[in-house]
Ligand binder design. Structure first.
Ligand code: SF4
Length: 181
């Protein structure tokens, strides 16, 4: 059951950092961005298993940062689980090793993905910023076209038991307060 996520404008929140690691959950976020942009989820012979619209979205965050001299990188892990909400201890410790060299971690994922990152980084100086907001749960039809193209036809977002049509909103990001260790 994919969570429905919408991108947030994080530019102001990233203003004062010299290094930013963009950590993304490879499940709901690429699905949502692809649906919002009416783009394929997977075009295997063009982008492999990556979602073109989501990769372009990440690039649109990185480019202005790098133009200002900010060091950026991306992090995503697929095994043993791609879902950040249930990362294993091994995945958490791998991420910690990678993220501790950055001043900020920008999370492209739901509240649970952000919670995972917040927990992993609670004893570091790395600041956690959530770059997407949860709207509800998605209802869509998955379609497979020749040759190996996967599309998601979105029907609605379910929120508190009610369905509503999708509308993209670009708002401010959420800075996450670090919990005490
Ligand atoms: S962490 Fe959130 S965004 Fe990722 S799979 Fe779990 S529910 Fe979806």
């Amino acid at each position: 059951m994919p969570v429905h996520l919408e991108p947030l404008d994080v530019s102001a929140d990233l203003e004062n950092f010299r290094s930013v690691l963009i950590v993304s959950c490879p499940v709901c976020p690429p699905m949502c961005v692809a649906m919002q942009q009416n783009s394929p989820f997977i075009e295997f012979f063009k982008r492999g298993l990556k979602t073109g619209a989501f990769e372009d979205y990440i690039l649109s965050i990185r480019k202005p940062l790098e133009q200002r001299g900010v060091r950026t990188s991306t992090y995503s892990i697929h095994i043993p689980t791609p879902m950040m909400c249930i990362w294993t201890e091994w995945q958490r410790s791998r991420f910690l090793k990678r993220a501790r060299d950055y001043e900020a971690a920008l999370v492209l994922g739901c509240d649970s993905a952000t919670h995972t990152v917040q927990e992993v980084l609670k004893n570091t100086d790395c600041q956690v910023i959530q770059g997407m907001q949860m709207i509800g749960t998605t209802n869509a039809t998955l379609k497979v076209r020749f040759p190996l193209t996967v599309e998601l036809e979105m029907h609605c977002v379910l929120k508190n038991g009610r369905a509503r049509q999708h509308k993209t909103i670009l708002g401010g990001s959420r800075k996450i307060k670090k919990t005490a260790s």
